[in-house]
Design a protein around this ligand. Sequence first.
Ligand code: NOJ
Length: 542
Amino acid sequence: MQKKWWHSSVIYQIYPRSFQDSDGDGIGDIQGIIQRLSHLAELGIDAIWLSPVYRSPNDDNGYDISDYQAISPDFGTMDDMDMLIQKAKELGIRILMDLVVNHTSDEHAWFIESRKSKDNEYRDYYIWRDGKNNEAPNELTSIFSGSAWELDEQTNQYYLHLYSKKQPDLNWENPKVRNEIWQMMNFWLDKGIGGFRMDVIDLIGKVPDELITGNGPMLHTYLKEMHQKTFGKRDVLTVGETWGVTTDDAKLFSSPERDELSMVFQFEHIGLDEQPGKPKWDTKPLNFIALKQVFTKWQLALDGDGWNSLFWNNHDIPRIVSNWGDDSPQYRKVAAKMFATFLHFLKGTPYIYQGEEIGLTNTPIASIEEVNDIESINMYNERLQQGYSKKEILQAINKKGRDNARRPIPWDGSLNGGFTTGTPWLALNPNYKELNVKNDQEDDESVFNYYKTLIRLRKEHELIVWGEYKELLPNDPQLFVYERSYKGETWLVIINFYQEPTFYKDEDRKVDTIIISNYEDSSEKIDDLTLRAFESIVFKLK
Ligand code: NOJ
């Protein structure tokens, strides 16, 4: 496989509303990111995936775009954006833009035109259908609750919105739409960006009349066209968000000879605490053996053909240390480091979501008044009508709600964590006085320093990037154990996923040295090893 910069990179995701405010309006912005670039350079990351900063009415916090080539005044100006690209470049950091082209905002000029009349030249930029018997054209539902069809009274037709009704789906069958998108992508590529993260890209080939949304028949044709018309000849990273992808699909997206994407985000591990076929809110306990199976399946399936992305967190997913770990003061740090170790020695490109590098936790809420996220609010209203109790619904939001990941970053223990001098758009986690970047960095055993070391190790050891993966003890109910081997060297990764101590025995092999561990005094005795709460050790073997 031809080696690319992104094979050995670590990517850091910024959710700009919550990263750093520079002008006191309570909303993070681009100048705020520039102020904090030194934090990211110190961490050692190679690229930033920047969640949307485009002009947007913010129905879905920027994932509803009204102008792809303008910056939202909340975040600054195009000059600020150019400055960010330049300043980051000086530090060796590339910027990946968030490409949200399954849908636009209903306030995008194209949709404003489209809805005016059936013969408007922009009508076919979107998906319009007649109703059936005074109802929606079919039973497709929106991911944000309710029907995916909205009646527009001006023309008495329905338009499709797989997300909110302020996020009408673009009609990718229309070549004019595709050309507009290629032109817009090239506008950004010409600015020297490092690539794109592609929002729900597996939906663009949809056939709504046949109830097909994900993985539609034209999906890969469109992606090949995109590759050819935009980034194909440029040295960029492209990562597609693909919720329902199988390993075979992922190869179609990411095999280099197919000329589509660098890699995709697959969510099979994330869904393991959900019930198949039910909304994400209806959770079930995590099955650890299944978790290991999923990781191993992906590691093996994409080995040598395609490429994995590796992540626990993003702006849609609750904080992993709270959800599947332990965020009590006693265990939060070792648990956060355990998750980091688990992931960062696998084969693929790791993504760190802002705040993960200090082990930030979820923020439980007691009332819907505290919620900003449209997905949670819509679900709350829908389930209240269906007879669920408020308590049940709030429990589900605390477990799976997206605001958990969207709280502003606490930089220090001062008012509002140094995030803003104004009123934050979403309250910080009340634990910010203790749990913040400054405190973490001053701590000898900080999660930040641990991540820093993980990133440095990846730069120093090709084994982490290219080594062969092999799982040991797949049926162990508590340990995740795997080897990575490269050019005659083998590393052994042993993870105790739980708080209870456990044992590991390997009498055949000898340890050369400990590469990293989340306890200072981890033992080298793999012939009789006790692993304490969440203890995770990476050994180089003799
Ligand atoms: C996926 C994004 O990650 C999420 O935040 C957004 O709400 C939907 N796509 C719609 O754009």
